[in-house]
Design a protein around this ligand. Structure first.
Ligand code: SAM
Length: 313
């Protein structure tokens, strides 16, 4: 990914991701009042792409909500502060949605290439819908691609520049001892294996001190992991390799589901019934093949979960 054009190609995947999300939103798969602000040329995706995107969105949101809800995320128990770190966040709008839902964490940090964060910073500055969701004391710099507010930070960095990552999270005011949910949604797949390994190792090291054994979410996840891991081993030859990437780099446990399993077991039955009525769908064989070859993986260390990979297995 070193040449200029490769970097541009990787950055352009962000436009595709936003366009895919908008296509789902327009068809009623999910609600997102912000994604349209980031898409210049809306496109209509096929039902199979919409359904696949929805499944992965629903799985990620479920994990995220479980993390935020465990032990309280505000009010009296809000001192149990939580952080979200989104690596390669692109134009993702989760922070703005969480604000609307009243469940935004104490700190939400997004990192991406400067070219991407500059565009996002510009949109946040110029669009009152977005700006209203961050505090009045926010400082926004289009040139340096930064948004620094009390609870939301957008910062530029090349994720492969590991020494810089420490400075960036310090600048963002992240506290390594707080429960942290790390998202790398459709990102690691664009990095070479050495860089992926280094980033994973860095996350394990940078957030290594907070173990909250009394956190119900941590315990529940660790219990669930036992069951899911043995299943995952049986199904995926490649799972071992992916899991080892993380466990070898300091994460304690890993869970990998293929997307068929995510869709049938993780997405609520009622939601499945609802979205299956949204558009005509007759690509069953293709759907089966596509979903079976994609993985959703998450990793836990202490009570922290990192959702790391959604891509072709
Ligand atoms: N996570 C977002 C989502 O799912 O909507 C965006 C996904 S997009 C497919 C991949 C993102 O990763 C792009 O915004 C790209 O710029 C970012 N990315 C890839 N490699 C990166 C690197 N080395 N440093 C910083 N960002 C990177």
């Amino acid at each position: 990914m070193d040449s200029h054009s490769n970097k541009e190609t990787v950055q352009a995947t962000n436009d595709d991701a936003s366009a895919n999300k908008l296509s789902c939103v327009k068809k009623g798969y999910m609600k997102d009042d912000y994604v349209h602000l980031f898409v210049r040329r809306p496109v209509r995706r096929s039902p199979i792409i919409n359904r696949g995107y929805f499944a992965h969105w629903a799985a990620l949101r479920k994990l995220l909500n479980q993390f935020l809800d465990a032990g309280g995320n505000g009010g009296e128990k809000g001192h149990l502060k939580k952080q979200i770190l989104s690596l390669g966040a692109g134009f993702d709008t989760t922070y703005f949605q969480l604000q609307d839902e009243g469940r935004a964490p104490y700190l939400y940090v997004e990192l991406d290439f400067k070219e991407v964060t500059s565009k996002k910073a510009t949109l946040i500055e110029t669009c009152s819908h977005l700006r209203d969701k961050i505090s009045a004391t926010t400082s926004i710099s289009r040139e340096s691609g930064e948004v620094l507010s009390d609870h939301y930070k957008l910062l530029p960095v090349d994720l492969r520049d590991i020494p810089k990552l420490d400075n960036v999270i310090a600048l963002a005011g992240m506290n390594p001892s707080l429960p942290t949910f790390i998202i790398a949604e459709c990102v690691l797949i664009y990095l070479d294996p050495d860089s992926s390994r280094s980033i994973v190792r860095w996350t394990a090291k940078a957030f290594s001190t907070a173990i909250h054994p009394d956190d119900a979410f941590g315990q529940q996840m660790i219990r669930n992991l036992e069951a899911v891991c043995s299943w995952a081993y049986m199904i995926h030859q490649h799972y071992k390799q992916r899991k080892n990437l993380f466990v070898d780099q300091g994460w304690q446990r890993a869970v990998a589901w293929d997307m068929l399993k995510v869709y049938s077991d993780f997405v609520e039955a009622q939601e499945r019934r609802r979205i299956e009525r949204l558009e005509l769908f007759d690509e069953f064989e293709e759907w089966h093949m596509m979903q079976a070859s994609h993985l959703f993986i998450y990793f836990v260390k202490g009570n922290r979960i990192v959702r790391t990979f959604y891509g072709k297995s």
